[in-house]
Structure formats: structure tokens, C-alpha cells
Ligand binder design. Structure first.
Ligand code: HEM
Length: 424
């Protein structure tokens, strides 16, 4: 039996490959994937695709065996010259081994054991109190965007009219980015996330090959900006994340790297989740009616919408030693990639996984990951999505798809580029 391909970024532009995922879960739960040349990107060594819920959770919870640090967290191998730079981001670090958990001497550049320290420092900037303070602004913004879209006619593109702006402006508020600089944020995140998509012109290097958007050269502009913003926040502190980070214990290089992580992690994920949720409701009028009638709690509904449409498709780890997963030996140094959309539809955990059930509880989806890297912005993401759906209940009449959505070409972000809706 041939092993289905879930690597090709073009597959995801046609929707989630549920049949392939089911076949992998049932017959090849840890399946070798060829990493052929695609869209101008060179071939890679290949990787193991992990598709069952239990195995995905296990990989994510065992950083000693499956490292985020060794080869970072994207399927494509980084240029070895860029690796030390990429590892400065907490996403690409591992918790300290137990015996070596003592803090490093002040001023020293720490190695792979940074994650716990960085995570503790930045978590202070994300207290629920600070995040909840943005709920009222997000609500006013949701109402304004949805009402303007509705007043523009019977059909509109939800992505263009509502969700792109909503996600970006909420993140800018949380970070404390001034109004005048907000379009820069959008430009930077599009460069990094949409680089596999043909709509996004690639930036080419001197040899004519596409330049990796995560390389130091591409990010310099953004880092300079992060430093300037931090300096500005030290002069004029406010109740936002950048003030908290700039006046805390982070080193300057950690601060600029974390700014980059937040701009990407906090924007494109919500930009995907928001239209993904509306698409599911547009296609399921009965569930949309349940939400409208007050029959289901919007917070519970958001969890099911995130299970059904996980914004992140995959994250990569590298095996640190020979390890058995689902009966298959993975060798030290192999790439191991978990597929969130497959885990979220695993029949072993979810009853009728392809049925949208807005009151599904418990809902053990892995859309925010698991283990030490579990999403730091989950509370903020949930808040934004709940508020948006609550406001849609009053601002919009019942809605249906007006045309099929256009999806992003990417094996990393489950993006929706346009979602035309038809209002009743
Ligand atoms: C629906 C929206 C979101 C989804 C589905 C999502 C998903 C994820 C996932 C799967 C991870 C784990 C990465 C791994 O396993 O290596 C993660 C990590 C992270 N997320 Fe989110 N995210 C969302 C929104 C946000 C927001 C709004 C922010 C910030 C404002 C944010 C900040 C982060 C950060 C900083 C990390 C890294 C944590 C670490 O390395 O310890 N995310 N996210």
C-alpha cells in the first residue's frame, strides 16, 4: 500500500487531506515522507510524519527525545549558518536537562537550556489580567468591522473586510505598536508565512534562489524596529506587552527575537482561525443556528471550531536518540513532524471526528500544541475568537458560503486567503 504524501504544500490549497491522514493513522502512523524539490525550494532528506493523537502528544511532551533545538521547528532544514541565530528564539529551544537546570551566569549567552528561563520571563507579560484588558477594544473593533462589511452588500469577503484587520490590530494593541506602524507588521508577517504561496513574490538572493525569510538578512529591518520600540516604551511606559518586556530582564537580542516570534505567531494563526471558524459555520447551518439560539456557549464552540480548523498544520522536532514510536524506530538525527489536523480528527480520541459539534466536551484538540512549548498566546487567541463570534451573532444575519474559499499554499499554516460570504 502506498504511503500518502502530506508534505507537498500545494495539497493544502485544496483543503485538509483528510483521506490521506486517515490512511496514515490507520496503516502508517509514523510514515516516511519524501521531501522533494517543490516551488523552487531544494529537496531535503525526508522526515517521519506522526499522525495519531497519542503519538503527537507524546512527541510534543518529550523534548529530551524530540528536540526543538537541534534542527529548529520547521519541516525545511534551516541553512546551517542560520541555525545559531534561529535558536535564539524560544520556540527553537529545549528545556534544561534536570541536572543542568541552574541559571547561567549573568551576561553569558546560554545554549539549549534557555527555554524555561525565557518562557518564565515572557509569561509575565502575558498575564490574563493584561490580556483581558484588551477584550473591550477587541469587541468594539469586531462590531465595527462586521457592521461595515454587512452594510457594504449581501456578499463580502470576510478575510478582506474583517478578519485580517481584526487579528493584526488586536496584536498591535497587545504589543503596543503605534497606529502609524501597523502596516509594517502585516508586511513582515506575510513575508515570513506566505513564502510558499505563489501570490507572494519570493525575495531572491544573488544566486537567483529564494532567500529564506527567517534568515538574519531578511529580519534586520524588523529587529531594528523592535529595538526602537523598546527604547520608546522605556521612555513612555504603557500597559502593553512591549513595555513589560522592555522593562524586564530580557537581553536586547532576546527582546528583538521575541518581538519577531510574537508578530508571526500571534498574527497568522488568528488570521487563519477566524475565517476557518466562519467557514465551518457557513457550511453547517444547523450548528450556526445552535450558536444563534444561545444553545451553546461561544467559548465551547470556539474550541470545536479550532479542532475542526487548526491554524497550524505541522511542527517539527529532531530525534535526539533512537526511539520507538508506534512500533517504528526513529533514528537519532531524524526529523519528526507532528500533524495537528490529523491528531484533531483521530477516531481513537474523538467520537465522529468529522461531525462539527459545537458543544463537544471534553475537546482534547492539539491546535495549541502540548508540552513545554504549548501556545503562550492561547488565552489571547481564544478571547479574540470568542468575542468575534459573539459580535457576529448580533451584527450579521445567517450566512452561507457565496463561493469556495481560497486557501494558502503551505504545509505550515492552514491559511484562508479569501472567504466570500452570502448574507441571508
Ligand atoms: C488560534 C491561534 C493560535 C494557534 C492555533 C497557535 C498555535 C501554537 C502552537 C501549536 C504552538 C506550539 C509550537 C511548538 O509545538 O513548537 C504555539 C506556540 C507559541 N505561540 Fe501560539 N497560536 C495561536 C495564537 C498565538 C497568539 C495570539 C500569540 C501571541 C500573541 C501566540 C504566541 C505563541 C508563542 C510565543 C509560542 C511559543 C511558545 C514556546 O516556545 O514556549 N500564539 N502556538
Amino acid at each position: 500500500m502506498t504511503v500518502p504524501d502530506v508534505f507537498d504544500p500545494r495539497i493544502y490549497a485544496r483543503g485538509l487531506p483528510h483521506e490521506s491522514f486517515r490512511m496514515l493513522r490507520d496503516h502508517h502512523p509514523v510514515a516516511w515522507q519524501e521531501e522533494y524539490e517543490v516551488l523552487g525550494w531544494p529537496a531535503g532528506p525526508g522526515f517521519w510524519a506522526v499522525t495519531r493523537h497519542a503519538d503527537v502528544v507524546r512527541v510534543l511532551k518529550d523534548p529530551a527525545a524530540f528536540s526543538s533545538h537541534l534542527g529548529a521547528t520547521q519541516i525545511r532544514d534551516p541553512d546551517p549558518a542560520d541555525l545559531p541565530f534561529i535558536r535564539r528564539m524560544m520556540l527553537n529551544q529545549d528545556p534544561a536537562p534536570r541536572a543542568a537546570a541552574a541559571p547561567a551566569a549573568p551576561g553569558t549567552r546560554e545554549g539549549p537550556s534557555d527555554h524555561g528561563r525565557l518562557r518564565r520571563l515572557v509569561s509575565r507579560a502575558f498575564t490574563p489580567r493584561r490580556v483581558d484588558r484588551f477584550a473591550a477594544t477587541a469587541r468594539t473593533r469586531a462590531r465595527r468591522l462586521l457592521t461595515a462589511a454587512r452594510d457594504g452588500g449581501d456578499t463580502f469577503d470576510l478575510v478582506e473586510a474583517v478578519t485580517d484587520d481584526y487579528a493584526l490590530l488586536n496584536l498591535a494593541d497587545l504589543l503596543g505598536v503605534p497606529e502609524s506602524d501597523r502596516s509594517l507588521l502585516l508586511e513582515w508577517t506575510e513575508r515570513v508565512i506566505a513564502y510558499q504561496d505563489p501570490d507572494e513574490p519570493p525575495v531572491l538572493g544573488p544566486d537567483g534562489a529564494p532567500v529564506n525569510p527567517r534568515s538574519p538578512a531578511m529580519l534586520r529591518e524588523m529587529f531594528d524596529y523592535a529595538r526602537q520600540l523598546a527604547a520608546c516604551k522605556r521612555r513612555c511606559p504603557a500597559d502593553d506587552v512591549m513595555t513589560s518586556l522592555a522593562t524586564g530582564e530580557l537581553r536586547e537580542d532576546e527582546l528583538e527575537m521575541f518581538f519577531f516570534l510574537l508578530t508571526v505567531a500571534g498574527n497568522d494563526t488568528v488570521r487563519s482561525a477566524a475565517p476557518g471558524g466562519f467557514l465551518a459555520l457557513a457550511e453547517n447551518p444547523a450548528q450556526q443556528r445552535r450558536l444563534r439560539s444561545g444553545d451553546v456557549d461561544p467559548g465551547t464552540a470556539v474550541e470545536e471550531l479550532l479542532r475542526n480548523h487548526p491554524p497550524v498544520l505541522s511542527f517539527r522536532r529532531t530525534a535526539t536518540r533512537d526511539t520507538l514510536i508506534a512500533g517504528r524506530t526513529v533514528r537519532a538525527g531524524d526529523k519528526v513532524v507532528v500533524f495537528h489536523a490529523s491528531a484533531n480528527h483521530d477516531e481513537r480520541v474523538f467520537d465522529e471526528p468529522h461531525r462539527l459539534d459545537l458543544s463537544r466536551t471534553p475537546n482534547l484538540h492539539v491546535s495549541f500544541g502540548d508540552g513545554p512549548h504549548i501556545c503562550l498566546g492561547a488565552h489571547f487567541a481564544r478571547l479574540q475568537l470568542r468575542v468575534l463570534h459573539e459580535e457576529a451573532l448580533t451584527a450579521l444575519p445567517p450566512y452561507a458560503p457565496a463561493a469556495p474559499p481560497r486557501r494558502l499554499v503551505s504545509n505550515f499554516i492552514n491559511g484562508i486567503k479569501s472567504l466570500p460570504l452570502l448574507l441571508d
